[in-house]
Ligand binder design. Sequence first.
Ligand code: GLA
Length: 394
Amino acid sequence: MTATPRSRLLDAIGVRFRADFGEAPFRRFFAPGRINLVGAHLDYNGGDVLPMAVDRGIYLAIRPRRDARLRLRSLDQGLTVDIEAKDVGERTRPELGWTGYPLGVWHGFQQSTGMRTGFDAVFAGDLPMASGLSSSAAIEVVTALALDALHGTKLERQQLALLAHRAETGFVGVRCGIMDQFASALGRAGQVLLLHCAGPRWEHVPFDPNACEVLVLDTKKPRLLAKSGFNERVAQCATAHEILRTHVRDLPHLALYTVADLEQSRSAMDDLTFRRARHVVTEMERTRDGARALRSHDYAALGALLNASHRSTASDYEVSCDELDVITAAARACEGVFGARLTGAGFGGCAIALLHPGAADAVRAHVAPIYRARFGSEAGFDLLRNGTGPCEIT
Ligand code: GLA
């Protein structure tokens, strides 16, 4: 039998675990990354989003400890951390690096359950890190799932998602919405999550892998503004919401306003605030249309919505960049491509293209030289499949 990339990765995690922590048995868990079909920057505006868990994500080998030490390793990151529970603190610090995500989950878990003991853990991923596919949410969710299993707390999937989300906002300090953690925790094979972030409430809508595939287009451009630019957009949306509340009507979330409401408040808003709000309000319509397109298996209509979403995130929300614009335009020009847009927060990282099954090789052959000629660097291409939710690997 030939080893799959996944079994090789699991073997490598086991080897590292035994080398660093000794022979006693450990348990293994997985949580998926996600792409978001439509609904860019809507989650923190109380809107609807359409993320899909993918077949890649973060794997974790873990063993509980009886004392209060936490030892964390990663196959992908050089930084190792050994820390006593009492030194974890309330917020992450630069020297904790990537371990701020699992430590944030552990911190929230011990606050809500009273459990004080530590663990030994090795993480590894098979999706590009920090590029818009929610590697950080997958690290958080896999940690939450593992702690729940190790301590028998029987949390619901949405409680795992909320624990993971609190780690990101409270401990790590990114003012993100709930989409990534919910997409990972509630992922289901053959389905896309339609998450109404205002509730939150959710339902699953079908995704047909025989009619449509997802190609990830990785610009490999680091998302330099991902944290500062992201938090700035959150603040700009809060400003727009406040103006609409005082000048038009009082609704609990920016995404719930209409284009007509926006027009009414135009004189009270500067151009930048108006454009940020226009992206949010029109993206909400696109997400609703996207769910309808998925239900009727109309991937051409869904693709057109992705294209419109990209335009809006680029011109009104200004979270795209040349690399993302060029790579998505080149993909759109290919036969068999339904549509393409940036995914995740933007500012670099990955885009996605929806395509007819079998079209990926031709798209890669067309897009790669265009990207290389323009930026002098190589883009990455990865065909992702719809994945399951988080699970223990037995
Ligand atoms: C990041 C955040 C999410 C969401 C997206 C943009 O992935 O973590 O909460 O806001 O950006 O849609």
